[in-house]
Design a protein around this ligand. Structure first.
Ligand code: MD3
Ligand code: FE
Length: 210
């Protein structure tokens, strides 16, 4: 369903097998070289979500090849199979378009939410690319709040994201405010390999080189 111009929600897009593969990959990334961490914000706040990055390391408000706020290690390589999954997601959302094969996501942000974790309303502006963001959800369902490009307040649309859901944010939706105000504990299917919590993987183009 089209939620807003450029914002497409495809419920249940990932098979359980694909979800298991992603859960296993996220476990391997969380084992190293950089562990899952609660990100500290410049104002001193600590995010309740735990994050590990692939390809480029996200810090507020920049990307780096090394985890400068964790252990200084170079982040894991972005694998080719994840590029292909990102392209398949764009095709599923918007059909074969001239820009699909040109999609070269180079970073994945893996966010893990326990039952109390939240993500406040924010815009993702660290990327120097207008390419779409691909979001994949696994495990417990959540309320995803999709807002506007002007303010973190209303108008916004609340959408329930469940395990296997794909969300693509392109065009005018790429710089909209968004957040996760609520996770619903115990709603995930253990067959994905996740026994609790919620996993969200976003694929992005940083627009950086080097
Ligand atoms: C819309 N993650 O990592 S995914 C984030 O579920 C983030 O973990 C949330 O917001 C999560 O920055 C929401 C959906 C999402 C991700 C990136 C976007 C929506 C977006 C970038 C631009 C617009
Ligand atoms: Fe975001």
């Amino acid at each position: 369903a089209l939620i807003a111009p450029g914002a497409m929600h495809l419920p249940g897009w990932l098979s359980v097998e694909q979800q298991r593969k992603l859960v296993n990959a996220c476990r391997a990334w969380a084992r190293g070289p950089v562990p899952l961490r609660h990100t500290t914000l410049p104002g001193g706040g600590v995010m309740s979500v735990r994050t590990v990055c692939v390809g480029w390391h996200w810090l507020p408000y920049r990307y780096s090849r090394t985890a400068d706020d964790v252990n200084g290690a170079r982040v894991a390589e972005f694998p080719d199979w994840l590029t292909e999954l990102g392209r398949a997601a764009l095709v599923a959302a918007f059909g074969e378009r001239s820009d699909t094969t040109g999609y070269r996501p180079d970073t994945a942000l893996v966010n893990f939410y326990d039952g109390d974790a939240r993500m406040g309303m924010h815009q993702d502006k660290e990327e120097r690319s207008g390419a779409p963001v691909v979001s994949l959800s696994i495990g417990d369902s959540c309320v995803f709040r999709f807002g506007n490009t002007q303010t973190r307040g209303r108008p916004y649309t609340d959408v329930v994201l469940e395990s296997g859901d794909l969300f693509v944010f392109g065009g005018p939706s790429r710089f909209a405010f968004h957040g996760v105000p609520k996770v619903h504990p115990g709603t995930g299917d253990p067959a994905t390999g996740l026994s609790g919590g919620r996993l969200n993987i976003t694929l992005r183009e940083t627009g950086l080189s080097g």
